[in-house]
Design a protein around this ligand. Sequence first.
Ligand code: FE2
Length: 428
Amino acid sequence: MLDLILRNANLPDGRTGQDIAIEGGKIAEISPHIPAAAIAEIDAAGYLVTPPFVDPHFHMDATLSLGLPRMNRSGTLLEGIALWGELRPTLTIDALVDRALRYCDLAVSQGLLAIRSHVDTSDARLVTVEAMLEVKRRVAPYIDLQLVAFPQDGVFRAKDGLDSLIRALDMGVDIVGGIPHFERTMEDGRLSVETLCRLAADRGLPVDMHCDETDDPLSRHVETLAAQTIRHGLQTRVAGSHLTSMHSMDNYYASKLIPLIAEAQMNVIPNPLINIMLQGRHDTYPKRRGMTRVRELMAAGINVSFGHDCVMDPWYSMGSGDMLEVGHMAIHVAQMASVDEKIDIFNALTTNAARTLGLTDYGLAKGNTADMVLLQAQNPAEALRLKPARLAVIKSGKIIAQTPARVSTLSLSGRPETVNAAHYAPNL
Ligand code: FE2
């Protein structure tokens, strides 16, 4: 007897009418009409079952702190950093853990089961690090949480910045971060990339840097990051987050840079919600979009995944833990709305992001851990359009979250009694 079986599911690769059998927390079989019985059964009813959403770029130490100690009045990245600097000395481990756990509850309800979070190491007290390591331990049964040592104020600009970052790694943080465009000079930025890549290589750790999060087309630290990746043999283990300056670069330089990023096998992580909100702030009109060149990077074979970055914090007052909201914005900002491009965007929230995080045992395949999400949508394009209910979220074969289907009732003479938005355009 199986533990659980999902009947009549659509899959992200286009297969329809599939049953998914689960036993011992693993996927035992995926095929049409599995005859075996199970202790529990879910009728997927032709809706989409996807591997869990993966957020490759988040700030778990800042989330849900909106309004503390005040709101960001200008709405800019720099006021956000200043505001975080005001809040930071007042942070306590208990408050940080409480807010992060509440966010993780929300994430689970949205089918988001793997998150890479940057953790600010600028304050030498490192309460942020202590708190996030505790959160990582507490959520481990249901969320795969990776932590990046992130020198928000600049590894050279902050007092004892490099020392604090190294202590965070010693405490158990998994990944080396950086913020070269926020160092005092271009030269310091270049030096920070070199120093941090060497540190990662020496310790056998991955790298994930906030890189060139600016509208300055001459902010070219990504070039150094790619070169250092190759020099230290860090291919596939380095991520460049944001890369918004690429939006403003001239096309000739971009034509040299993109193949270099591909050669370094770097992962690229745009953050569409935050990029469209924070970039272009010094423009009048026309205003730049400020998101990196997603279509061109993908066309070059580079692994692109999208991050949520912020939810209700000093930088961004919006957000809901829903990666489909991130993908919805990506479609608009990147103008990628063809049938194939929507698949690319959906993959950037799931399989590409899992690759960025280096997750093994991810995906809907026999033998993998039975982690999956049943959506009230029939295919990835419809999921991106509707941001539908997560009818069931399954972790290691157990249902850990459920949401009722959204069906409206109508009181209109001569019209149907109910409306289910997922029954409108099944294939487009
Ligand atoms: Fe970020």
